[in-house]
Design a protein. Structure first.
Ligand SMILES: [Ca+2]
Length: 421
């Protein structure tokens, strides 16, 4: 501030001197005032006007300076504005808008994905609602059923007798489940009776048909019986050695044991044995029969010469053999036939017939399929090889005096047991 004030004073002095002198020399000196007094007069006369003009000029200069300052301010303002504008140039906006567009696209994709998920969830929800409705319906139905007392839906025929032939004689006409009470039986027990159109009543002792029951059982199970009896003959079972014993020894009229078999090609064959009996438990349910009564399957109970040894036939016969199970060895072998082959049977050393053997789907099997390398299938050696397991078997008894009532003698090709197969 101090320097500026000094500068202003100096300018004013210089300016006054410079402006006064040229007027004197160029315009008026020597023309109006040849003497110095004339100069003084002249100066006296024009000085006030000149001062006014100078003041005016000074004022003008000041105005111009102010205007310049204003213009400069304006330029600065414009430059700042431009810079500001440059900063916010279209590039930035483009970048911003591109970024915004990307965001929008992302949001759109996200929204679409969420809508899709929502749709799927709605579908699941609808499916679940339907399931819940179904379950509620089932629950209501079950509630209704549970309110009713339980009923045994297995139909058991009302006729009873000492065996199925007795039942047929008393008017039993349909095959199904009946109670029988053999002469020395302490109580009646259930059996499946096969009653044919000739009025014959077969008492069924054993049934194989689909491999649904495991015949690898112990002594007590074979004694009491196992598997399932069904009124429509659709199940597998062993009636039980004790029951078979009581049935077979009760009558003065001997029984025929008929064995029916079906192979995997649908061929059917049978074998009959006269005066079939099973001893009491103290004699290990020993099998006895008088003779082979006939049939087209051959007499496998009499043993079979497999060609391995001359004694094959003797050691594979069954008449007179006691019953063996894996846990009770009553066979003629130094080892345990029933244990090695996983079945209960009238084992010798070991067998040519083996109807309680393992069930092999398709029939043919080899040593590799067995547990111990022995032929353990369902075998009837006089019909099929011991390495062929039969598809179905039935063991059933009937009093011998009923065997010819269908007009055919023993050895006939037809039988009624598996007639619908
Ligand atoms: Ca033995």
């Amino acid at each position: 501030m101090i320097f500026a004030a000094v500068f202003t004073v100096r300018c004013r002095v210089l300016r006054s001197a410079a402006l006064q002198f040229p007027y004197q020399t160029v315009m008026h000196l020597g023309i109006y005032c040849p003497t110095t007094c004339g100069v003084a007069d002249y100066l006296q006369r024009y000085k006030p006007n000149m001062d006014r003009e100078l003041d005016q000029m000074e004022q003008d200069l000041e105005d111009i300076a102010n205007l310049t300052k204003g213009a400069q301010d304006k330029v600065v303002y414009l430059r700042d504005t431009e810079t500001q504008a440059q900063k916010q140039a279209p590039d930035t906006y483009i970048k911003k808008s591109t970024s915004m567009l990307d965001d929008i696209l992302r949001f759109e994709k996200s929204i679409l994905a969420q809508e899709d998920q929502l749709y799927q969830l709605q579908s699941i929800l609808q499916a679940n609602e339907k399931r819940i409705t179904d379950l509620k319906q089932m629950s209501l139905q079950l509630d209704q059923i549970c309110k009713e007392p339980c009923k045994d839906t297995v139909e058991i025929q009302s006729v009873t007798g000492k065996d199925c032939q007795d039942i047929a004689n008393k008017g039993g006409k349909v095959s199904g489940l009946y109670y029988v009470k053999p002469a020395r039986a302490p109580e009646a027990f259930l059996v499946y009776c096969e009653i044919d159109s000739f009025g014959r009543g077969w008492t069924v002792l054993q049934r194989r048909r689909d491999g649904s029951v495991d015949f690898n059982k112990n002594w007590v199970q074979y004694k009491e019986g196992f598997g399932y009896l069904s009124p429509d003959d659709k199940t597998e079972f062993w009636l039980g050695n004790e029951k078979i014993h009581l049935l077979s020894v009760q009558s003065s009229v001997p029984y025929i044991l008929r064995i029916e078999m079906v192979d995997w090609d649908g061929n059917k064959k049978y074998a009959d044995y006269a005066t079939f009996k099973l001893g009491p438990e103290v004699d290990a349910y020993r099998l006895t029969y008088a003779y082979y009564f006939g049939g087209d399957a051959g007499d496998a109970f009499d043993g079979y010469d497999f060609g391995d040894d001359p004694s094959d036939k003797f050691y594979t016969s069954h008449n007179g053999m006691q019953f063996s199970t894996p846990d009770k060895d009553n066979d003629k072998f130094h080892q345990n036939c029933a244990s090695e082959e996983g079945s209960g049977w009238w084992m010798n050393r070991c067998h040519a017939a083996h109807l309680n053997g393992k069930y092999y789907q398709g029939g043919k099997y080899t040593e590799k399929d067995t547990q111990n390398g022995y032929d353990n299938g369902i075998i009837w050696a006089t019909w099929h090889s011991r390495w062929y397991s039969l598809k179905e078997t039935t063991m059933k008894i009937i009093p011998i005096n009923r065997i010819g009532v269908d007009g055919q003698h023993s050895g006939a090709k037809q039988f009624g047991g598996l007639g619908d197969i």
